[in-house]
Design a protein around this ligand. Sequence first.
Ligand code: URA
Length: 230
Amino acid sequence: MEKEEHLEELKRRVEDCRNCPLGRSRKYIVFGEGDSESQVMFVGEAPGYYEDQIGKPFVGQAGKLLDNLLAEIGLSRQSVYIANILKCRPPGNRDPLPEEINACKPHLMKQIDIIQPSIICSLGRFALISLYKGLPSSGREKFSSGGRDGKSISITAAHGKLIQTEKYNIFPLYHPAAALHQPTLLQSIKEDFAKLKELLSKPMPEIRPDLKTKIKPPEKTDTEEQMKLF
Ligand code: URA
């Protein structure tokens, strides 16, 4: 099967998903979209009101900024793949709950396994924390926020720096919605996109296929503890 067919099959599974209560309150799932052959995948947080209404990621103000940032480095949303940690909208656009992230994560991991991007750009701290769980402990200290368990990661420390693991190349970015409200973050995200352009002009370390994520049922995570540290 081609990537698109695998993604369609996964999308149908997500449409039937009731792993958490958001599966009942959503209007549409926001599965993700873009070029499944792209080397670059962006992972945001969760659908908001407008995304929920039409089932597409990043269609509001944050999405417009994302489009502009992509355009500035010669990319378009059609040339990359864009998804979210959560496929369903949390009511009132509240932050994702740890149990929702946990319930939805197998869908994202499967999506990543299908697309096999060379680089995953996490948008905001929730996406970073969620993907960070895949990091070996040796990669963590550099970005640690010094949390009690020593396993936490700070977006302030990590943004704009490539995190290379055996499994993924993660490039943490601030969330465009945060950048909309804070001029200093807007400047940082612009600089980080310029770094991304530079990174994409060089060969990326390959992701080893034997380390592809296995799809597992939702499990207990320590995400809640990590969230408290931001
Ligand atoms: N829209 C999305 O699809 N994801 C976000 O994280 C924010 C807005």
